[in-house]
Design a protein around this ligand. Structure first.
Ligand code: 2AM
Ligand code: CA
Length: 250
């Protein structure tokens, strides 16, 4: 909540920044680092010795080799920078390499998504369930579009071409963590993205599983962190989406 307030304050300043000398890019990385600092110090105080994997700091080892926090202090940086209120803080806890807790918070909309292994997934205090739609033709599917500085543009066009002809709609929110939270909440029926980092997806993966959904990497395996690719949805949509993504170009 404290990190959320810090991001909200900085988000309120974003509009004024277009004219600032420093440039919005610098400011965002400052907002980012400030949120990460708050999260790091609060979590280190609450659970001394746990390791961290954080977007800005990278891997921070801890004396406790059983536990690791995986943190993205600001997911959806480009939205944040442009004054679009779709960004989030994503925090997951791993115990012995297994995701056991996850939190995603969108401070601009005051939406708090939480999940505990075996305990279900929630949006504020409402229990979440993935959508019940089973046909791609009824499905709204999220994705992330590669841009300047990120590769795989050609591959992505093939995937998009395969998917767009089969579905009711495609959405691109710009925060992978929120995309996953939206799938857990049944707002979107599925999501895929080819190149993400563990901090973008760790909390969201647990939310989806706890909301009754399915997750694989782009090859249908469980190496989402190593490969950085994910395909998620309810059982039927996840399977159908994976198959559609892999269709050879006609
Ligand atoms: P960010 O806002 O923390 O950078 C947008 O499609 C999603 O991709 C966002 O969640 C964004 O996270 C993430 N993203 C952007 N650049 C990335 C990169 N180079 N590697 C992995 N994820 C990235
Ligand atoms: Ca991110």
């Amino acid at each position: 909540m404290k990190a959320g307030r810090s991001l909200s304050r900085d988000f309120g300043e974003v509009q004024n920044l277009q004219v600032s000398l420093k440039g919005p890019g610098d400011y965002v990385s400052q907002a980012d680092r400030k949120a990460e600092e708050i999260i790091h110090s609060e979590l280190a105080r609450a659970r001394p010795g746990y390791a961290f994997l954080m977007e800005e700091r990278g891997a921070v080892p801890g004396e406790d080799d059983q536990h690791r926090w995986i943190v993205d202090p600001l997911d959806g940086t480009t939205n944040f920078l442009h004054g679009i209120p779709i960004f989030s803080i994503s925090i997951a806890l791993e115990r012995q390499g297994q995701l056991v807790a996850g939190v995603i918070y969108n401070p601009a909309m005051d939406e708090l998504y939480t999940a505990e292994r075996g305990g279900g997934a929630f949006l504020n205090d409402r229990r979440l369930r993935v959508s019940g739609r089973t046909k791609l033709s009824d499905a709204v599917i999220g994705t992330g579009v590669p841009h300047l500085g990120r590769g795989h543009h050609g591959n992505f066009l093939v995937e998009l071409r395969n998917v767009m002809g089969e579905v009711a709609g495609i959405r691109r929110l710009g925060s992978a963590a929120l995309d996953l939270a939206y799938v857990a909440a049944g707002r979107m029926d599925g999501f895929w993205e080819p190149a993400l980092s563990p901090w973008d997806i760790a909390a969201g993966l647990l939310l989806i599983r706890e909301a009754g959904g399915f997750c694989t990497d782009m090859d249908g395996g469980q190496e989402m962190f190593d490969k950085g690719s994910i395909v998620v949805g309810n059982e039927a949509i996840q399977k159908a989406l994976l198959k559609t993504l892999k269709k050879p170009l006609r």
